[in-house]
Design a protein around this ligand. Structure first.
Ligand SMILES: Cc1cc2nc3c(=O)[nH]c(=O)nc-3n(C[C@H](O)[C@H](O)[C@H](O)COP(=O)(O)OP(=O)(O)OC[C@H]3O[C@@H](n4cnc5c(N)ncnc54)[C@H](O)[C@@H]3O)c2cc1C
Length: 287
């Protein structure tokens, strides 16, 4: 399929991007890695008249420590996050999850800001960011503002960004080396998850748990988190993983099977985070 005709604007700074968005209004779309936008344009599910290409905005490509957080620029590619020594040392859940996104071609083009802005309920990195309790920093005509990620994903492909804003940064707590697990169930290695679960021990002593593909957005497994906070065992807490979710049924799995996967993958992710053996990606493929 060939996309509808569009104009193309390439910017090299955030200010230029904000100005271009203001100039072209709701007809414009930001283009980052293009690995979600271009496929839907080819299907004519998105028909922007102007694409504002931010992939060359170097000021948004970084992974660095700032106080007790790690700050990651929006145009940081999945591959760069995967290989970042800062991320590996300070928040290793993220580079691991980045390594599980698609195939090398996707990871060399796709960006962290793009996958967050796209708001696909089946996406890997937003699930990890949700478990980490990340902050999404956006910039628009009125300047910068920070949005807790728990308030960012509003619905199917719908975010809390307002017209004229773009994602510029993601901020996550420095968790240190241990205490995280990510379990992704797929039919083929480089697919989106049918269901995935992220679990991570956070600096405040709590455990963040989030799920992919269990509703219209990536979801925090709040019942699991609460049960763990009350001192329940991993097994008891993981049994609550499907509570408050609304998984769909499709050709890959029905809702009941997705709920089963949520419980199983959450248990495995929590066990890996706790340093217990017996959970692995290989096992996930045989759930
Ligand atoms: C074959 C294939 C396999 C894939 N497998 C997986 C997988 O296993 N797991 C997974 O999670 N994902 C997967 N993806 C998606 C991939 O991770 C995408 O790169 C990602 O979802 C979007 O990032 P992008 O930079 O390509 O964004 P784009 O496609 O450029 O943009 C996506 C959307 O976000 C908007 N946007 C982009 N950047 C910004 C910004 N900074 N601020 C505001 N809006 C912005 C765009 O306007 C557009 O609406 C796959 C994609 C392909 C093509």
């Amino acid at each position: 399929m060939i996309p509808a005709p569009f104009d193309y604007v390439r910017v090299s700074t955030v200010d230029e991007a904000v100005a271009a968005l203001a100039e072209h209004g709701e007809d414009a779309k930001v283009l980052a890695g293009g690995h979600s936008l271009l496929p839907i344009m080819k299907l004519r599910l998105a028909v922007p008249s102007v694409l504002i290409d931010i992939s060359g905005v170097q000021e948004l490509s970084y992974v660095r420590v700032e106080g007790d957080e790690v700050a990651i620029g929006a145009t940081t590619r999945h591959h760069e996050l995967e290989k970042s020594e800062v991320a590996q040392a300070e928040v290793p859940l993220l580079p691991h999850v980045a390594s599980r996104v698609g195939d090398p071609q996707v990871r060399h083009k796709g960006t962290l800001g793009g996958t967050v802005a796209h708001c696909d309920p089946a996406s890997d990195l937003p699930t990890a960011l949700l478990a980490l309790g990340a902050t999404v920093v956006v910039q628009g005509p009125s300047g910068r503002r920070s949005i807790p990620i728990t308030e960012f994903f509003l619905g199917f492909f719908e975010t809390a960004m307002e017209e004229g804003e773009l994602v510029v940064e993601l901020r996550v707590p420095r968790t240190g080396a241990g205490g995280w697990g990510y379990e992704k169930f797929t039919r083929r290695e480089n697919d989106w998850p049918i269901v995935a679960a992220a679990a991570v021990h956070l600096p405040d002593g709590s455990t963040g748990v989030a799920l992919a593909n269990m509703g219209g957005v990536v979801l925090r497994a709040s019942a699991v988190e609460a049960a763990l906070a009350e001192g329940k065992s991993i097994e008891e807490a993981a049994e609550l993983a499907a509570e408050g979710t609304s998984p769909s049924s499709d050709m890959h799995a029905d809702a009941e099977y997705r709920s089963h996967l949520a419980r199983l993958l959450t248990k495995r992710a929590l066990k890996v985070a706790a340093g217990e053996t017996g959970a692995s990606t290989a096992e996930s493929t045989a759930a």
